[in-house]
Design a protein around this ligand. Sequence first.
Ligand code: 6PG
Length: 242
Amino acid sequence: MTAAGPGQAPRWHVMPDPAMLARVVAQRILELATAFLAGQGVFRIVLAGGTTPEAVYRLLAAATTDWSRWQIYFGDERCLEADHPGRNSVMAARSWLDRVPLPATNIHPIPAETGPEAAACSYRARVQEARPFHLVLLGMGEDGHTASLFPGQDHPESELVHPVHHAPKPPPDRVSLGFAALNDAEQVIILVTGANKQAAVEQWCSGAGLPVAGVHGHAGADVYIDADAWGDRNRRDVRLHC
Ligand code: 6PG
């Protein structure tokens, strides 16, 4: 295990477009799954929400692997009804989990419909039992948030699961894994696509303390980013982190 800690510069993988990024990431996830299934007989993965990972999930739906030994967790969830189309769990189900023979008992949604505090309390026990995770998948928002950890909000480093109120990205009430859980992971993959993410990437590369920069796992984070988000600016001035 590579020693890594806070401030560990991520490994950047710049892809020409979102379709290529999805193909490369789906392949990487399956490689990791094969390795952990061979070594430990189980693959514990934390899923990203939002829209970026959907293309990856659709590719995984066509993959051949022993789904019965995958354990699915969620990095964050919006406080909406369990079957609401805006839920991250519903997006993952429709694009992937409902399309493969993965036992329902292996899928561990955050009960966000019960509200931030109750859901965080309940999921804390589930996370404590599950960690360390083998892979944490994350996205990044335009402001540098990841999961539902937003800039300017207080997220104690020691927190496993965080109740979120007043999130700037609707809905305002959410539940998120905290840094202690997100960083208790063998591997971290962060997906970033779209020109609207360039400013946050620039800040990240300049060493700004964005929430996304606080997730490094046990071995540093691998950031898969498309050319639109990476931008065509010369980054010599920020090579320190990129
Ligand atoms: C959510 C996500 C959030 C997302 C980023 C990026 O619930 O919205 O967990 O953290 O990953 O906002 O979203 P996009 O992939 O849609 O750009």
